[in-house]
Design a protein around this ligand. Structure first.
Ligand SMILES: [Zn+2]
Length: 388
């Protein structure tokens, strides 16, 4: 029997938002990711599938695969785990540890306004959600009744996975967020050469940004070096905690190789907890010159932390603030190469950033003109049903 596949984005279609994608494979019901918008307000629109011809209840979801621990891909997990107690949630061990950290140790932003009783209830739900996660390593097939699922290393951040779903006659890859270049903490994505995909559901953050070029952290090291050599102290401020973790790794590497002056590096408590947790999972980052804020002696120093980090509220007035931003996503040209390399029959584009350059379908147009490319494109919108 030919496999029948239907696909509905419930969030994170043509937007960076609450990524959550429903796949119906024959009688099987799958969710790929379950995120929330960064402020916690935007959630997946489950109502799109709680109607004919799909589900009567979320209890009918069989399997949930979480690609990585960024909030826009996993922030809705607490709700989902309580509404869908019969579904199995899978991710990698590192992603599970990071999810636990993001949901439990850090506390979801919406819990800050809760009463003690509500908070206690929320904590029970978080604990239940984390306990229910089943972990699997890369390249190890998970045999499920109607399909086989394998995680591949996605790069992007530690623990991130691409999700490969194989049926008798179909081979589908959900990329999640991925990277084509190694970073301080990860390799680039790794897919075995022998594996072929007929359909790729691709997170294409820069798919509509042809002139975007990557801003790596290493490019910003030169200005940091100059300032430190001039005796300045700098606060390297990032937008996300996991980015602060990556900056810390790059700075420690550079100091270890003497390409940056050796000065004390102060990190905030949240970053310390995260780094220590990851050290226990064999991702060593901390060095002897890393200190916890707020102690500070004379001479230049670096502070590394997320914007608004509570332990950095009272930094000395002379500390220069430097925003460190970089993308962990493939550039437009890397996405193009990725499609040409794997040459699937169908590319379903999701999780695309705004079309700020009037270049809506430019990736599709360029690839259609390429003789080697056989792919057809779907720019999947939230709530629409696609037959794949
Ligand atoms: Zn991500």
């Amino acid at each position: 029997m030919k496999t029948s596949i239907r696909f509905v984005p419930l969030g994170g279609g043509q937007e960076i938002g609450a990524s959550c994608y429903f796949l119906q494979i024959n009688e099987g019901h799958i969710l790929l990711d379950c995120g929330k918008t960064p402020n916690g307000a935007g959630r997946p629109q489950f109502s799109c599938i709680l109607q004919p011809p799909f589900l009567e209840s979320l209890q009918q979801i069989n399997h949930i695969f979480i690609s990585h621990s960024h909030y826009d891909h996993m922030g809705g997990l607490v709700y989902l785990a309580s509404a869908c107690t019969r579904g199995s949630i899978y991710t990698t061990a590192i992603t599970k540890a990071l999810i636990a950290y993001m949901l439990w140790d850090r506390g979801d932003s919406h819990t800050r306004t809760m009463s003690a009783r509500q908070r206690e209830h929320e904590e029970i739900l978080v604990d239940k959600a984390i306990r229910s996660i089943i972990t699997e390593g890369y390249c190890r097939a998970i045999p499920l009744p109607a399909y086989q699922v394998t995680f591949y290393e996605a790069g992007h951040i530690p623990g991130a996975a691409m999700v490969h779903i194989q049926t008798a006659d179909r081979s589908i890859l959900y990329t999640g967020d991925f990277s084509c270049q190694p970073s301080a903490l990860t390799s680039s994505y790794i897919v075995p050469d022998r594996v072929h995909f007929d359909t790729i559901i691709m997170c294409g953050v820069h798919a509509k940004h042809p002139s975007y070029t990557s801003t790596g952290i290493r490019r910003q090291l030169r200005s940091i070096k100059k300032r430190l050599e001039a005796g300045c102290s700098i606060y390297l401020e990032t937008s996300q905690l996991t980015k602060a973790w990556e900056v810390l790794q790059v700075i420690n590497d550079a100091m270890g190789k003497n390409t940056l002056p050796m000065v004390p590096v102060y990190i905030d408590r949240q970053l310390l907890v995260l780094a220590e947790k990851m050290e226990r999972m064999s991702i060593p980052v901390l060095k002897p010159w890393n200190r916890v804020c707020p102690c500070h002696g004379p001479g230049p120093a670096l502070w590394i932390g997320r914007k608004g980090a509570s332990s950095f509220h009272h930094l000395p007035g002379h500390v220069h603030r430097q925003k460190i931003d970089f993308s962990l996503h493939p550039t437009y040209h890397e996405l193009k190469r990725f499609i040409l390399t794997h040459n699937p029959k169908t590319v379903v584009l999701v999780h695309t950033g705004y079309d700020d350059e009037g270049a809506d379908n430019c990736l599709e147009t360029e690839l259609m003109a390429c003789a080697a490319c056989r792919s057809q494109f779907i720019y999947a919108e939230n709530g629409e049903i696609y037959t794949l």
